[in-house]
Design a protein around this ligand. Structure first.
Ligand SMILES: [Cu+2]
Length: 487
């Protein structure tokens, strides 16, 4: 059994990182026509000849590219199982490469738990320097990252690394019409798609852009996996899936056959041989094919080896149908300055969580009603800023940043350009987020400041704490519609 360890627990010069660097260097030397090469592995996630940092001929045949490249699953319930399979074969390729170089067959991918504390958001030191301690090129270094990322500044913010919202979701599958749950919505093949699940949004998307900044590789689908930190980031996301399942008996994976076996994932194994794998084959990480567990950070609750809980079972049905109480009537264009969108709300026909309902949340039919803000069809023609912060009912004239209690959440711009393009692999409808604001509305009701007939949404750029002055938004982002739902 292989153990994926926390990179935070590895001392400088630990063999896990030393051998990872050597393997990345070796994989970079392989031509892109070799499925075990660094660039081929990156192209499996996404590939765009227009943004390829190293365009060179020859390329793999078009039919091979069509079958294996540009297959990352986003905005979908396939997000977690597809990326688990992607990491699995990548790890096997790296391990075989390491063994070929004389390294240990016990090697396993480390994970980056950036949520552990504020210092944990510093990029691991082994990735920051362009040169190795003994001289020579460090192949874990990438220049195309957020300002400060390679000079030991914590990337992102406490908000962008927070797992609280994702881990608090009771269900895996997004609830219709647009309520984000843990794992994403029921879709077909989805290079980008419908509403993301909460884990895919934050911390996944928000930490992608925290590392990549406005223009770096980690901020776009087609370059993200070229950064060696990508794989440690996704190992952490994969670990959080297991932690979520282990956190309560009621937290279970979907049972639908379409999720379990309906989509075939095509990869190459460590020998460059084509393999086919489906969701139902990656649900238990201790199964012979996967053969790994996660090691928790010592001293953290639940410390010790984390074995996979491949739990599958029925998910509870929401008690109330969702109702839309209001929406913007025109698209909203985001910029560098705060943008406000105010729209009227009708009274709900079902039990009301707002007004009297939320006050009585402790019991009765209203107890389970929740309030969601949905932001749909978020598009941009070129790369904008990392993320936006969405606030509810900030008092007129006030600085939103000084009202963290009114922060509904983040809208990471990871993949916004790719998902705005209307080509064969991309829907063209942009990103879609839903943010739960039940707690904010309840607090406003309790304070007597909630006006049930209107809501005012304020959206401002969110930047890495370390480079607030360095990044300036230059490209506009459009939000097709903002709406409020009671579930
Ligand atoms: Cu990702």
């Amino acid at each position: 059994m292989h153990t994926r360890k926390s990179v935070l627990s590895l001392p400088t010069g630990d063999p896990i990182l030393v051998w990872y660097e050597k393997a990345v260097a070796a994989m970079k030397l392989r031509p892109i026509t070799n499925p075990t090469s660094w660039r081929y592995q990156g192209a499996i996630h996404d590939y765009d000849p227009a943004t390829d940092p190293f365009p060179v001929a020859p390329m793999p045949p078009a039919a091979q590219q069509a079958k294996y490249w540009r297959k990352c699953q986003h905005g979908s319930w396939y997000f977690l199982p597809w990326h688990r399979a992607y990491l699995l074969y990548f790890e096997k390729i790296v391990r075989k490469t390491i063994v070929g170089l004389g390294g240990p067959a016990t090697w396993a991918l480390p994970y980056w738990d950036y949520s552990a504390n504020n210092n944990a958001r510093r990029l691991p030191l082994a990735f920051q320097s362009p040169t190795l301690p003994g001289g020579g090129v460090n192949h874990l270094f990438v220049a195309q990252r957020a300002p400060g990322a390679n000079s030991n500044t914590p990337v992102g913010s406490a908000a962008s690394s927070s797992t609280a919202s994702a881990m608090g979701k009771p269900q895996f599958i997004n609830t219709p019409p647009p309520v984000a749950q843990f794992g994403g919505g029921s879709t077909g093949f989805s290079h980008n798609g419908a509403f993301v699940g909460q884990l895919e949004s934050t911390p996944h998307g928000s930490m992608h852009v925290a590392v990549g900044g406005p223009t770096g590789w980690m901020s776009a689908f087609d370059t993200a996996a070229l950064d060696p930190i990508f794989w440690l980031h996704h190992a952490n996301i994969d670990r959080l899936w297991t932690l979520w399942l282990n956190s309560a008996p009621s937290r279970v994976n979907p049972t639908q056959a379409t999720w379990l076996t309906g989509l075939v994932f095509n990869f190459h194994d460590e020998n460059g041989v084509p393999v086919v794998i489906r969701t139902n084959q990656v649900l238990v990480t201790t199964a012979p094919l996967l053969d790994y567990v996660y090691q928790a950070v010592p001293g953290v609750a639940g410390g010790g080896i984390i074995a996979a809980a491949g739990v599958t079972g029925d998910t509870p049905v929401p008690q109330n149908p969702a109702e839309m109480l209001g929406a913007t009537s025109e698209p909203v264009t985001l910029g560098i300055n705060p943008v406000h969108a105010q729209f009227p709300l009708i009274a709900p026909t079902g039990p009301a969580p707002a007004g009297g309902g939320l006050v009585a949340r402790a019991g009765g039919a209203e107890a389970n009603r929740k309030v969601f803000l949905c932001l749909e069809n978020i598009t941009a023609a070129s790369r904008p800023i990392e993320s936006y912060e969405v606030y509810v009912n900030v008092p007129a004239g006030a600085n939103p940043s000084s009202h963290p209690e009114l922060l509904a959440g983040l809208m990471p711009m990871f993949g916004v350009v790719e998902s705005s393009r209307g080509d064969d692999e991309h829907g063209g409808s942009g990103l879609n987020y839903s943010l739960e604001i039940t707690g904010i509305v309840a607090d406003l009701v309790a304070a007597g400041t909630w006006a049930p007939a209107t809501i005012r949404v304020t959206i401002i750029p969110h930047r890495n704490e370390g480079d607030r002055e360095a990044n300036v938004l230059t490209k506009p982002v459009q939000v097709g519609r903002i709406s409020l739902y009671y579930e």
